[in-house]
Design a protein around this ligand. Sequence first.
Ligand SMILES: Cc1ncc(C[n+]2csc(CCOP(=O)(O)OP(=O)(O)O)c2C)c(N)n1
Length: 571
Amino acid sequence: MRANITAALNKPVETRATTLNGAQATVEMLRAHGVEIVFGLCGDTSLPLYDALRSSSLRHVLTRDERHAAYMADGYARVTGKVGVCEGPSGGGATYILPGLVEANESSIPVLAINTDISVGSRGRFTLTELDQRALMRPLTKWNAVLDRAADIPRTFRQAFEAMTTGRPGAAHIALPYDVQTSPVDAADVWADPSLGVFPSRRVAPDPDLISLAAKILRGAKSPLFICGGGVVISRAESELRELAEKLGAAVATTISGKGSIDERCSQSVGVVGSNGGTAETRAIVDAADVIVFVGCRAGSVTTERWRHPAPGDARIIHIDIDPAVPGRNYKVDVPLVGDAKLALAALVESVNPRDGDLTAVDAQKRAKFEKFDALARSDASPILPERVVQQVSALLDADAQLVADPGTPCPYFSAYHLVRGTGRRYFSNRAHGALGYSLAAAIGAHFGRPGVKTVAVMGDGSFGMCVGELETLARLKLPLTAIVISNAVYGWIKAGQRSSYGQRYFSVDFGVTDHAAVARAYGIRSWRVTEPKQLEKTLNEAFAAGEPTLVDIVCQPLHEAKAPVSEWVA
Ligand SMILES: Cc1ncc(C[n+]2csc(CCOP(=O)(O)OP(=O)(O)O)c2C)c(N)n1
């Protein structure tokens, strides 16, 4: 694929016309960057764009709001390694697309959002839907522009793709006014480097002197531990990570976004650490390490339980990140390695000699963690324990399946106990902002990215309320996805915080019971409501195998009453 990309480098797109209108040029610029699918929602200012999309080879997925269009583009980008593209109209279309764009940007996922806009000639005249898209998007995207002239379209799109896929990947936004869409563009200017449509598109390696220093520290380490963030999977550095960890006999932990860095069944793997998906046992492994290598991980509040695990000064720190602002931000770093994770790990592989590591303590902690889990997962209690749900879902899904988890019960439980078998992006959650209601749309995007595998979205009922409209998209497109609702009629994660930290002074966290299966049926989706643990296996099996959209509503024990895997609720 890379070879084809290089061969096609900078070729003008094939078109017989010598002049395109701005909307057509926009579509051709997307195609020239290898884009195949666009998620979005129509509007008055988008009519020229829709006319151009209609006669193009791009697939358009009509969504039911722009936030979900952005989440779909995000899910698509995460599982394909290609830029995800979404679009919407002016005004509300821009304000609604923003939440998805912010999540992608903070999660280092390249998503390009295009909002059409009122005509340049109508600016400043109280025109319906007018708003300052430049100012709105600037603080929350990696790169953004508002077009004033059609002639600038090709250059602007080239810049956007370059910004999204080089350095720390991120989101970009382009505002496309109505009259810019209808004005002429010279077809000869419409060209692109398609390698900028995948990420990372330009890898840079860290300083070799610092690699030598890091290798020296690793050679002297007794219990080295890698803590991998999303950067490992983004960089496709899994095999270099495995090689290095095996050579050093080191343990490998991950953040939630780092799941997929390592096959979680192998002896090296620790699982997820931190306050959302970590357990007392994984915390003990972090505390025992004498050298920690953060890889593509910001060492943020959740991963480090508010910068206490590892405790500052307890371990020597090597920090690999593409963003120079990351190493040294939260921990005093012995060696900052600024560069692409794959290149940095490959350089370290070359610089260290094989040594015997002792993973017996890691093995004992993992056993202890799963003994507790297994006991709860066998429970026939009703309402159903979250552990039972995780155990059943994991057991029934193929290793290849992709699972998207919302905040609330799903994220900590699935992060802790759903083992990713194999490497690459097979499990993810929206860890930058953790907004409820992400998983359904992100799973739809992930399905379009990898249509050959089973895709599952797991959400709480709080999340269901924030994404229910997209059930129509699921039904209309007949996508063979399964949505699982952990149903407990409460914003359980917050109630758990009121229980653990505010003396059980519960306030305004409970809501009414909804029959989510009945709601799904009204959209034309095959669905089940499960109240007894014994019904789970048969129902999930049927839902997963159905080859059509399915929803399983599972009446579960509320999080504040369950034993959550999190060690602490930390803000
Ligand atoms: C958009 C948004 N608003 C508020 C929150 C804060 N929040 C985090 S978890 C949570 C409760 C989740 O409830 P639910 O989806 O029902 O799952 P449960 O915790 O009950 O399993 C809330 C309100 C959030 N993450 N996102």
